[in-house]
Ligand binder design. Structure first.
Ligand SMILES: CC(C)(COP(=O)(O)OP(=O)(O)OC[C@H]1O[C@@H](n2cnc3c(N)ncnc32)[C@H](O)[C@@H]1OP(=O)(O)O)[C@@H](O)C(=O)NCCC(=O)NCCS
Length: 177
């Protein structure tokens, strides 16, 4: 049986990624990605992701200080399973609300342990990017994500309270090196 692995976004996973986007759309995620457009321009899309251009769909708000990012895909055989985004450093907003990394598993593949795998397998990549200790932030209601972060060794720091603009977030530190 093939093991899952983390790879750079790659056109090999086009069909499966577009299917996953349709699953994500059904739960309100990635609405800015259009399946037909992706089908036409997948090579360009993957090229943009690999060169760190993740936010082409809309201009950042004025207060955002963009930081370099790396996107990795968890795949198994020819199938896309999920995405890990790693920010190379924090800014004031990521320090409280976004953290160094976030991960998502396509809805049809949840509950099979891939959430734990994507973070576990991502830790050496985070370390390789020069982040010894990664900040992960999570909604206090997101029990599966909290289980994953704690399973990987994440240590609870505190909770950033909800504001007018931003939701509450629990902050965890994860030793990656
Ligand atoms: C969070 C997410 C990545 C979990 O992915 P997954 O593949 O289902 O995770 P796993 O199968 O590895 O399960 C992780 C743990 O969550 C638990 N879990 C799964 N669904 C759960 C639920 N509804 N309530 C409570 N615990 C749950 C599992 O039992 C498992 O814990 P255990 O094995 O120690 O008992 C996935 O739900 C997702 O993509 N959510 C949307 C994006 C998101 O919230 N990302 C996290 C940002 S930090």
């Amino acid at each position: 049986m093939t093991a899952s692995k983390l790879v750079k976004p790659n056109i090999e996973f086009k069909e499966s990624y577009i299917e996953a986007i349709e699953e994500f759309h059904a739960e309100g995620r990635y609405q800015f990605l259009d399946a037909e457009e992706l089908d036409k321009n997948f090579e360009q899309f993957v090229g943009d992701l690999n060169s760190g251009k993740r936010h082409l769909h809309k201009k950042y708000a004025d207060w955002v200080e963009p930081v370099p990012e790396t996107a990795l895909w968890l795949v198994k055989g020819h199938h896309y399973i999920g995405t890990l985004n790693i920010r190379h450093r924090l800014n004031w907003h990521l320090e409280k609300w976004g953290g160094h990394a976030n991960f998502v598993i396509r809805p049809s593949m949840r509950g099979k342990g891939f959430g734990k795998k994507i973070l576990q397998k991502g830790m050496p990549f985070i370390c390789y990017l020069g982040i010894d200790r990664a900040l992960l932030t999570v909604s206090p209601k997101n029990k599966p994500a909290i289980r994953i972060i704690e399973f990987c060794g994440g240590k609870f720091e505190d909770e950033t309270p909800e504001t007018d603009k931003f939701p509450a977030r629990q902050r965890y530190w994860l030793e990656c090196c």
